[in-house]
Design a protein around this ligand. Sequence first.
Ligand SMILES: [Zn+2]
Length: 285
Amino acid sequence: MESEAAQVPIAPRGDVYACPSCKTALARRRADELICDAGPHVYPVEAGVPDLRDPLTRPHSESVLRDVALWSAARRGRDPWRRQRARAWAALLEAGRAMAAPPGIFADVGAGEADLAREAARLGYRALAIDLAAPPARTGVERARGTLEALPLPSSCARVVAMSASLHYARDTVRALQEARRVVTDDGVLLIALTPVNETAEGADLAAEHTRRAIRVAGGTGPLATGYRHLVAAPLRAAFDQSGFTLTEWPRVLGIAWEARRRIQSALTGYECARFPLLIARPRE
Ligand SMILES: [Zn+2]
């Protein structure tokens, strides 16, 4: 692990981003402001990170971030997903290199701590970390705030669009996938990891309620406390199809032992445990 001091922030270049509302290019008007070519849309740059969230969705994303902060504080630094994350990311990066090798843009959407983007930068991609909250500085990573449903990127710019533990937070799955399709190149790939997928709507709701309750217990009252959800396999497959993607899955990327434990747990409790496959979505010809 690199120390925090070793993280070298990259100054926002701006040239890669587009207006999330009208998708035209962004130019720097002042050090703390980007403006789109179409004119009316102005975006602040705070501490070197452009805030490219669609202004209409900012209040919603602020209340999501409040829920996330409370939920995360309640976990007091525990990270039960550390090993699974490492496995899922290794599989994701392997698929990326096989299907859309660097160089080129690797846009990590819902980038969180930007560690996956940092790995992508190490592999030779131009790595962008985009998240509702400003991602922390990571070596080789360009950062911006943005939403899944209105990506602040021009069309056909990215070799790889990655979503790690993020697609299930989209308010509108189809719109998020359509945005990914818009920004990925025809020979590129959309890679989705660590998103819970249940076979049945009932199983998805029961499992998600477990998490919603944990967020409420932590004090959350916002959109995640009431609306956190898992995805359901059949409508999810239809959403990829509707958005112009051909979908393949790498199952068991989290390890055979982990999968077996989940299956046993599921059999014992009668609950349908979610699967976390690597979803590989390629633009349809
Ligand atoms: Zn605009």
